[in-house]
Design a protein around this ligand. Structure first.
Ligand code: GCU
Length: 685
């Protein structure tokens, strides 16, 4: 039996007997879907399931067009003028957009959901269902909506053995024991969840493409992968695969993978043709090359543009694209070497190649220059690539952010990234305008993210981590939604419309990123985490390692000097306005201070506290804040499914243990290094 958690926000709870119920019954009782594509079939199915589950009706079935009070169609199939809709309205929205409109013709109230294409109708349907679940009035609707970003992608880091790299919610829903999972029901539900928040592309395997996965693009797997592509197709998602750059060698066909070699070029062309034969709308390849020991063009003295263009040429005639990742840095650094700065690497590797990539290549850039830390400045590559399509990469999986044990709602962080002004073309050159393609007129661009789901019953380990999956989709559809609005939607879809539950869960979500930052690594320093698995504190865990992730704490101070005059010069990668702020000790915002500057413990922050006192204060505070999260949650007992309540409570207990460990290790470490007492005389070991 599917529990509500299993269905996530598509739970479609029975609508309470309230004022709205009659209104809903009148309109939703008779629906008609005009259209016969695969996507319309999905729409019919979704409506039937949803309306049945939400209404108090025994049976829900489609009615005729003539009788229908809820009509779903695309703009081509109905006579818009009959419903008072100016057809020109549709020229202001893109292919995936929709109109939801109430229409009254004397005795009957009707709602129309009109997509510009069938995909628009699908998104419109989910939008409408969301209104019902949120108990909104549907009497006078006029909603014209379309996504701001063209590419809205999910990256799975799933391995064919069923494990998930950086997965914290069980095993893969796609793979098990070196095979494609035999029961794909869950994949279909995932497709529904993703479509319901507007995600339109998915790569299903880890960017680190190991031995068996290299064979995904061969006969051994491709037909079954085509089945998965079919499931996603019905919900408007294109399927991508991560590939191994050395495939021509690894699959035993050639001696080289040199991107300029003629045979290699032909090999990829033939490979693309084989794939498109079985998956005609295949999205393309995601590529991690010359990064963390993955093969790439460097082995042949070629650059990233050579590598990406090789694949782009192979995919071009089929309409496929290459998503080439920019997570490239020296992962064999000597900690003694103070000149090399990992933060500089992506820009140094890719900026010189701007304009050299084919038009069907997108460079995928992580939001920050390091690796998904609790607070990083925005990668200086945003805005720097003026002639190269770009996709921003977020990580929904909380690799460094508590691994879905600790609560960390990420939408507020993502919003800061999207709203960041790069000044690339003067004031107002925000990241969201870069990735939506408007600033530089990119042909393809958008946002991708590393997924946080697995086969756990509730998908995301911690039930509250579902909010990150939901929020990601909603935010990249429309980056102008606020974090608060998104969180509210998710809470009401998940827990219903009880005011107290909404208020408590909302405040838990909205405070959680700051809380996690408080008890881990405030002021922008990052890391100090257990190496490899990345959960829990280990202040010097990475200090003498090869990864380029150091805090440089000594008895006098800490932080990384990335200034132009005395440091690594990283700040020079930003446009002037940001460069000046970050480079200046007095102007640099507190939250990034230690990312850009090495300062004495006694340095006074803008807040008036010294750095060391801020460290003590925020770590003590963070633990108290976790306790108050537990109090808030405990007050909700009985107001939701027992299983949901206990799942979160159990995680919060783990979070408290973790927070205490961070507090005590970090405070003790810096107390011992600095010898400076806590002004408030609290317990430091
Ligand atoms: C992080 C993560 C790796 C991952 C890598 C990537 O470093 O820890 O597991 O492979 O990012 O984004 O490629």
């Amino acid at each position: 039996k599917q529990t509500p958690a299993y269905k996530c926000w598509l739970n479609y709870d029975l609508i309470a007997k309230n004022d709205r119920l009659e209104e809903y019954k009148e309109i939703c009782g008779d629906f008609n879907v005009l259209g016969d594509t695969l996507i319309y079939k999905s729409i019919k199915e979704e409506l039937t399931v949803a309306l049945h589950s939400m209404s108090h009706k025994e049976e829900v079935a489609e009615s005729t067009f003539e009788d229908a009070t809820l009509i779903i169609s695309d703009s081509e199939r109905v006579n818009l003028e009959d419903y008072g809709v100016e057809p020109s309205l549709f020229s202001s929205i893109n292919e995936e957009g929709f109109l939801i409109k109430s229409f009254h013709n004397g005795e009957r109230n009707t709602v129309l959901i009109i997509g510009k294409t069938d995909k628009g109708s699908l998104y419109g349907t989910y939008h409408f269902l969301r209104l019902l679940q949120g108990n909104e009035s549907i009497e006078a609707l006029h909603i014209l909506n379309s996504p701001k970003n063209r590419v809205r992608m999910m990256n799975q880091w799933d391995n064919v053995d069923g494990s998930i790299e950086r997965g914290y919610s069980g095993q893969s829903i796609f793979f098990e024991n070196d095979q494609i999972t035999s029961n794909l029901d869950r994949v279909k539900d995932y497709a529904r969840l993703l479509a319901s928040v507007g995600v339109n592309a998915i790569s299903i395997n880890n960017v680190n493409v190991w031995k068996v996965e290299t064979h995904f693009i061969t006969n051994r797997f491709i037909n079954e992968i085509a089945d998965i592509a079919g499931i996603f197709r019905a919900y408007g998602l294109k399927l991508f695969l991560s590939i191994n750059f050395a495939s021509p060698i690894e699959l035993g066909d050639l001696q080289t993978a040199d991107p300029l070699d003629k045979e290699v070029k032909n090999w990829w062309k033939e490979k693309a043709a084989e794939i498109y034969k079985v998956i005609p709308d295949f999205g393309g390849f995601v590529v991690k090359a010359d990064s963390e020991h993955r093969p790439g063009p460097f082995s042949y003295d070629r650059n990233h543009a050579d590598g990406a263009n090789l694949l782009a040429e192979a995919l071009e005639s089929f309409g496929g694209i290459v998503v080439w990742r920019c997570f490239v840095y020296n992962c064999m650094q000597d900690w003694r070497d103070r000149k090399t700065d990992r933060a500089k690497a992506a820009y140094e590797n890719f900026k010189p190649l701007d304009g050299k990539f084919h038009s069907n290549v997108i460079l995928q850039v992580k939001n920050g220059p390091m690796d998904f830390q609790v607070r990083e400045p925005v990668s200086p590559l945003f805005g720097a690539l003026q002639q190269t399509n770009q996709v921003l990469e977020f990580q929904i999986a909380q690799e460094y952010l508590g691994q879905q044990k600790d609560l960390c709602f990420l939408v507020p962080m993502w919003k800061e990234v999207l709203d960041f002004d790069t000044y690339a073309k003067g004031e107002g050159s925000t990241v969201k305008k870069i990735v939506d393609g408007s600033l530089y007129d990119y042909q393809i661009s958008g946002i991708a993210a590393v997924s946080n789901i697995g086969n756990d019953e509730n998908w995301t380990g911690n039930t509250l981590a579902q909010a990150n999956l939901y929020g990601y989709g909603r935010l990249i559809w429309d980056p102008d939604l606020t974090a608060d609005e998104i969180a509210k939607e998710w809470v009401s879809l998940t827990f219903g419309n009880d005011d107290n539950v909404q208020e408590q869960v909302l405040s838990m979500l909205m405070d959680s990123w700051g809380i996690y930052e408080n008890y881990t690594t405030p002021l922008g320093i990052g890391w100090m985490i257990n190496p490899h698995h990345h959960y829990g504190p280990n202040v010097d865990g990475y200090e003498y390692s090869r990864w380029g992730t150091y805090h440089f704490a000594d008895r006098d101070g800490l932080g990384v000097d990335r200034t132009i005059e005395t440091g690594t010069g990283y700040t020079a990668q930003y446009f002037k306005e940001n460069q000046e702020i970050y480079n200046s000790l007095s102007d640099c915002p507190d939250e990034f201070l230690l990312f850009f500057h090495h300062v004495p413990y006694t340095h006074v922050l803008k807040s008036g506290e010294t750095v060391i006192q801020h460290y003590y204060n925020s770590h003590f505070k963070g633990v108290e804040q976790v306790k108050s999260l537990i109090e808030k949650w405990t007050s909700l007992e009985g107001k939701m499914e027992k299983q949901q309540f206990e799942n979160v409570l159990n995680r919060l207990d783990m979070q408290l243990t973790n927070a205490k460990e961070w507090r005590d290790q970090v405070n003790t470490y810096f107390y011992r290094k600095s010898g400076i007492e806590d002004e408030k005389g609290r317990k430091i070991y």
